[in-house]
Design a protein around this ligand. Structure first.
Ligand SMILES: [Zn+2]
Length: 173
């Protein structure tokens, strides 16, 4: 899974997520993904979710597209730092786009926080999928995101770049 594109409008961040043919796009093929995510970030269990069968998010998450889980995760990470109520949407159209492409849109208040949340969400998903969730210390990560959100506007880009470098991380793999 990788981020193909990130764009912002006044209210929403728009991500294109690309999953390769070889990857299974749905969480029912990766059951440890939602289960571990709920363990390390319990607040996400209670997310509201509009889905076709009117399931709770906790039930829906057991068999949904991984980018949809990712959408909820990017929202929760921002809410952990800034509070508030954000919404998002995941869609795809493989008659128009290549197979495996998803479009995820989420609200944001702070652009740098949103980018930091995307980067952290990717690391969390990869860590869980690689069965090394212990490599993510959620309190430390949220504190780091909070630092990014608090930096005065003109210095924010630098702070995020520094956080990325400090961790040796890349947004996508
Ligand atoms: Zn949802």
């Amino acid at each position: 899974m990788k981020i193909g594109d990130i764009a912002f409008d006044d209210r929403k961040m728009h991500l294109r997520i690309e999953m390769s043919e070889a990857e299974h796009c749905r969480t029912n093929e990766h059951p440890h993904l939602p289960d571990t995510l709920f363990d390390i970030l319990p607040a996400i269990r209670n997310h509201r979710c509009d889905n076709e069968e009117a399931l709770s998010f906790e039930a829906e998450a057991q068999d949904t597209e991984i980018p949809h889980l990712f959408e909820h995760l990017v929202i929760e990470l921002q809410v952990q730092v800034n509070g508030g109520s954000l919404s998002g949407e995941t869609s795809w159209d493989w008659t128009r786009d290549p197979h495996g492409w998803f479009h995820v849109s989420v609200d944001y208040d702070n652009r740098e926080l949103a980018l930091g949340a995307v980067w952290l969400a990717m690391r969390i998903i990869n860590a869980i999928d690689d069965r090394r969730p212990d490599s993510i210390d959620m309190d430390t990560e949220i504190a780091r995101l909070r630092g990014i959100a608090l930096v005065p506007e003109r210095r924010r880009g630098t702070a995020l770049a520094r956080a990325l470098v400090a961790d040796g991380g890349a947004v996508a793999r």
